[in-house]
Design a protein around this ligand. Structure first.
Ligand SMILES: *Cc1c(COP(=O)(O)O)cnc(C)c1O
Length: 240
């Protein structure tokens, strides 16, 4: 079931890439497992999925630990420390949760202010590689208000890029649903333009490589606009 739906999502990505003249290898799939249990994650792992996204910190950390234990029981190689599994924090982060996030996640895509980035930088354990970071941008001024304003994003990117225990990888956004494909492409294009603008501004030691846009409902439009990572929950795990 989950394996079949995972394959269907991969097929959607391949088709969307073909329609935009893009190489499917340039679009990663993040499986958003929020609200689903470790069993659902294990089923996706059996289907070859390796990168998972979680919104709620406590729930995410418990799942990470449970899945790691299950994998350890399966095979020594798959549970080795250099495992290719990746956990992405994609939900809002309060200051009092940064320590948990820094200790357990590999990526954080929802950084929208310097204070949170600084705490993650200070709290990232020394034995782990730098935390991979995307800035969440409020690209359409949506009512959730999460995300840095687009005109403040270049300065925040420059500051985050200086923090030694973080590695700035890109931008993430969650625009409000638009009425049709063309309008959805247009809003995603704004994220793409901002991404290109920051990379071209010469304020980063190295260019960002990750544009995290597109979910179950709009991944085709996001890929058209240049997404390098789609975050898909419903189409893989079912309705929440
Ligand atoms: C829940 C969520 C997703 C996945 O949404 P679906 O519509 O279920 O694919 C992607 N990104 C973020 C930040 C989310 O919170």
């Amino acid at each position: 079931m989950i394996v079949d739906r995972l394959q269907a999502v991969r097929d959607r990505i391949t088709t969307a890439c073909a329609a935009s003249g893009r190489d499917p290898a340039g679009v990663r799939l993040l499986a958003v497992s929020k609200t689903f249990g470790p069993d659902a994650v294990m089923a996706a792992i059996a289907g070859g999925q390796r990168a998972f996204g979680e919104n709620y910190i406590q729930e995410g950390v418990e799942k990470i630990l449970t899945v790691r234990e299950s994998l350890a029981g399966l095979s020594a190689s798959i549970s080795s420390h250099a495992s290719p599994f990746e956990w992405h924090c994609i939900g809002p982060i309060q200051s009092n949760k940064t320590r948990l996030v820094a200790a357990h996640f590999d990526w954080v895509q929802s950084v929208d202010r310097l204070k949170i980035a600084q705490r993650l930088n200070e709290q990232r354990p020394a034995h782990l590689p730098p935390l991979q970071i995307c800035l969440q941008v409020n690209i359409d001024g949506g009512p959730t208000k999460a995300g840095v304003a687009p005109d403040e994003a270049p300065a925040l990117a420059a500051e985050v890029a200086q923090l030694p225990r973080l590695q700035l990888r890109g931008l993430m956004s969650i625009p409000e649903p638009a009425p049709d494909f063309v309008a959805t492409c247009a809003v995603h294009q704004r994220a793409r333009d901002l991404f290109d603008h920051i990379n071209a501004a010469g304020v980063l030691p190295q260019p960002m490589d990750t544009l995290s846009i597109g979910m179950t409902a709009d991944l085709e439009a996001a890929i058209h606009a240049g997404s390098t990572m789609v975050r898909v929950g419903t189409a893989i795990f079912g309705k929440r």
